[in-house]
Design a protein around this ligand. Structure first.
Ligand SMILES: [Zn+2]
Length: 258
């Protein structure tokens, strides 16, 4: 959710030399709200899932601000958004877990509790690749996207070291874990692209599972408006594709040597 469709930057830029990671065995995508993951990396996750990667979704907030209707039944909205997120993950072909941390939408803080919880999940799920919001994106208004991105980066540092949150290791028996690569979507300075040509349609199909967000995020209620939304996503991805010499792309800041 947010004032603009989150996910991929639309500004033209230089050609990216880093293209297509080797398909990870396990990937974990972490979004602030239901729908952020599909906007940010849906085509990449669908591509990896089709190639055998175990894809997990982790959504930090409950999505409870995601409506323009002041009379909305918030408990019902939260329930609906969970179900939409599960359906979107299914549409991507994700066979992993869909985890909800249920923080209050709009009030997210990258604090020790959140870092502990994310560290726990990184150690429990043991992803090769983690994907999340870029916390360093300039002029970003939505605080949850900043905070979610910062929390993921901090949790990776904690997860890889056996002395951070030692009690969690002792309690759960899962060892520390160092992912191989972190990919940040919405980056101001992207340096990596994933070919999205074969799975762009799946990304759009998964985005359209988030029906409760059609009005507030997709700005689309009628069939015509939904078509225009799909066209915008397609055009943006095609434009990004030029940066890696492919018909369509999702692009990221890539952090390796974690
Ligand atoms: Zn969001």
């Amino acid at each position: 959710m947010g004032a603009n469709e989150p996910g991929q930057p639309s500004t033209p830029g230089q050609i990216l030399s880093s293209v297509n990671l080797e398909t990870p065995t396990i990937a974990l995508a972490v979004g602030a709200h239901p729908d952020d993951i599909e906007f940010g990396c849906g085509a990449t996750l669908a591509k990896w899932a089709a190639a055998g990667c175990l894809v997990h979704h982790l959504v930090i907030t409950d999505g409870s601000k995601g409506t323009w209707n002041p009379e909305a039944d918030i408990a019902e909205l939260i329930r609906m958004r969970r179900e939409e997120q599960r359906e979107a993950a299914r549409r991507l072909g994700a066979r992993g877990e869909t985890i909800f941390l249920d923080r209050v939408d709009g009030e997210l803080r990258s604090d020790d509790d959140l870092r502990r919880e994310l560290t726990h999940w990184i150690r429990a799920l043991r992803p090769d690749v983690v994907l999340g919001h870029d916390p360093w994106k300039r002029y970003r208004l939505h605080p949850d996207h900043r905070e979610a991105g910062a929390a993921v980066c901090d949790a990776i540092v904690a997860a890889r070291d056996p002395h951070f949150f030692r009690d969690d290791i002792v309690r759960t028996g899962s060892g520390h874990h160092r992912p191989r690569t972190l990919l940040l979507w919405e980056a101001d300075e992207p340096d990596h692209g994933e070919d999205a040509s074969s799975t762009l349609d799946i990304k759009i199909h998964a985005l359209l599972a988030h029906k409760s967000q059609f009005e507030s995020t997709m700005k689309a209620v009628s069939a015509d408006e939904l078509d225009r939304f799909a066209r915008r996503i397609r055009e943006r991805s095609t434009e990004l594709g030029r940066r890696i010499g492919r018909p369509a792309a999702e692009i990221f800041k890539r952090i390796s040597d974690l």
